[in-house]
Design a protein around this ligand. Structure first.
Ligand code: NAD
Length: 487
């Protein structure tokens, strides 16, 4: 597979001699080098996408749908190779990557169908002989900036609806995980007309060139709050459409009717998949005082039994983190919590016997909202637990965050469930089944997470602009037109 930009249907090394190494986070082996894209490379990709847009927007919805399905078929046929590459560049255990690849190709199928379903509506007119209708139009060239934690799934959640809506795309994958995006260009996107899908590899400076480009009217971005704020400050004067999926600090509330053993399993899953590097990872756990000791005992037993290892190895429960700066943030959050009185019940260390960027899954108690681990996004395998007295207090604690991505509750008490989904400010509420997504269910956040939605009809709507057409078919003069002095 060529480790080069993919522009106008061709792999190209572009304008820069500088490259970026891509590491396997489990072994630190360098897997490949990719070009560090310059503003000139971004410009070449945008030019190609702009030219392709003029043709792509006119291609019928059924033809677009067929091409999206074809991409999905090709991904299915190559699924094993994609899973292997994804595991090597991203690190999480293979079963989690198998799931990510299924999600990726199914998202293409989902938007293939949704894209040909609705394109607007006819509305009642205010006069006889006049036709009023609303049409939904693509923006043009969409810049899709993707992070490393779900490199393909988050690419698909942008690219599939963007194309179905009639846009063309320039993708900027994360510098940490660009290889799978390039692989898709080679094996699954090669039937699209040249320029419809482009990939420019590089770091933040490459992403910034895409944001600054005057011919990119929409930026769909998933990543950290601070990068989102930088993008917003650059894009705002150009009035670009911004579609943001930013950070999270999701709460998991265990209600007093919950089975502590089941709740512990649910929490471990929600906080530790992908080594806690999920935007909707459980990062704050609230348990009622009477259940606390039973719940914590079960959680510690389970977490201390989990196996850290290479995601390629069978039997690995938790893979490496993506890199050392991310791991150091986890270390810092744990140290800060311990200095302020928290206690580590299991984990808390960097294992010395593994070469990659591993961190032990960690359970912390005696935490409170003065600690970084309860206020800032940790993005690692840490489960901090706080006790509460009343359900009111639990809701108030769950809402005590600048973020509003997801929130989980374990309870079979309908009154508590209703109270929770009505009063917790988050884009997704999971009851008794944490972190399970639904293609038809919009995914995204409130507050500082940004208001974008992916998946569902909302996920397509984000990539379309609305136009109202008012058409007097008779072309008659109107009595209210100028000049008034003849009325
Ligand atoms: P990041 O913000 O560092 O990088 C994301 C992407 O933006 C990368 O491709 C990067 O190269 C690019 N980028 C960096 N600086 C840029 C700039 N100035 N202009 C344009 N592009 C720039 O985030 P990350 O570390 O890759 O991902 C982790 C973050 O993503 C976490 O905060 C996580 O919560 C968030 N995330 C959110 C969701 C969601 O749906 N809300 C999903 C997954 C991840």
């Amino acid at each position: 597979m060529p480790h080069l930009h993919y522009i106008n249907g061709q792999f190209t090394s572009g304008h820069s001699a500088e490259t970026i190494p891509v590491e396997d986070p489990a072994t630190r082996e360098v897997l490949a080098h990719v070009p560090k894209g310059t503003a000139a490379d971004v410009n070449a990709a945008v030019e190609a996408a702009k030219a392709a847009f003029e043709r792509w927007k006119r291609i019928s919805a059924s033809e677009k749908a067929e091409m999206l399905h074809e991409a999905s078929r090709k991904m299915r046929a190559h699924a094993e190779a994609i899973v292997t590459l994804l595991t090597r560049e991203q690190g999480k255990p293979k079963p989690e990557n198998e799931e990510e690849v299924v999600w990726t190709y199914t998202t293409f199928d989902y938007y293939a169908e949704l894209g040909r379903h609705l394109r607007g509506r006819v509305i009642p007119s205010t006069e006889d002989g006049v036709l009023n209708f609303v049409i939904k139009e693509p923006y043009g060239v969409c810049g899709c900036i993707v992070p490393w934690n779900y490199p393909l799934l988050l690419l698909a959640w942008k690219v599939a609806p963007a194309l179905a809506a009639g846009n063309t795309v320039v993708i900027k994958p994360s510098e940490l995980t660009p290889l799978t995006a390039l692989h898709l260009c080679e094996i699954a996107f090669d039937h699209f007309p040249p320029g419809v899908i482009n990939v420019v590899t590089g770091d933040g400076s490459t992403g910034e060139a895409l944001v600054r480009h005057p011919d990119v009217p929409m930026i769909a971005f998933t990543g950290s709050l601070s990068t989102g704020q930088q993008i917003a400050s650059i894009a705002a004067p150009m009035m670009k459409k911004l579609h943001f999926e930013l950070g999270g600090k999701d709460a998991f509330v265990i209600a007093d009717d919950a089975d502590p053993e089941l709740a512990a399993r649910a929490v471990a899953y929600a906080g530790l998949i992908n080594a806690g590097q999920v935007c909707t990872s459980t990062e704050r756990i609230y348990v009622p005082k009477p259940l606390a000791s039973h719940f914590i005992e079960n959680l510690v037993d389970l977490v201390s039994s989990l196996r850290l290892g290479n995601g390629m190895d069978e039997g690995t429960d938790i893979g490496p983190m993506i890199g050392d700066p991310y791991r150091q943030k986890v270390v810092h959050h744990i140290q800060d919590a311990v200095q302020r009185g928290a206690q580590v019940l299991t984990g808390g260390r960097i294992p010395t016997h593994l070469k990659g960027y591993f961190h032990e899954p960690t359970v912390l108690v005696n935490v409170n909202h003065t600690m970084l681990v309860m206020t800032e996004e940790t993005f690692g395998p840490v489960l901090p637990i706080m006790t509460y007295e009343s359900f009111d207090e639990a809701i108030q604690l769950a809402n005590d965050s600048i973020y509003g991505l997801g929130a989980c509750l374990y309870s079979s008490d309908a009154k508590k469930v209703r109270r929770f989904f009505e009063d917790v400010k988050a884009g997704t509420i999971w009851i008794n089944d944490p972190l399970t997504d639904n293609y038809a269910g919009p995914f995204g956040g409130m507050k500082y997470t940004g208001g974008g939605r992916e998946l569902g009809e909302e996920g397509l709507e984000e990539f379309r602009e609305t136009k109202h057409v008012h058409w007097d078919i008779e072309a008659r003069p109107k009595p209210w037109w100028l000049p008034y002095h003849q009325l």
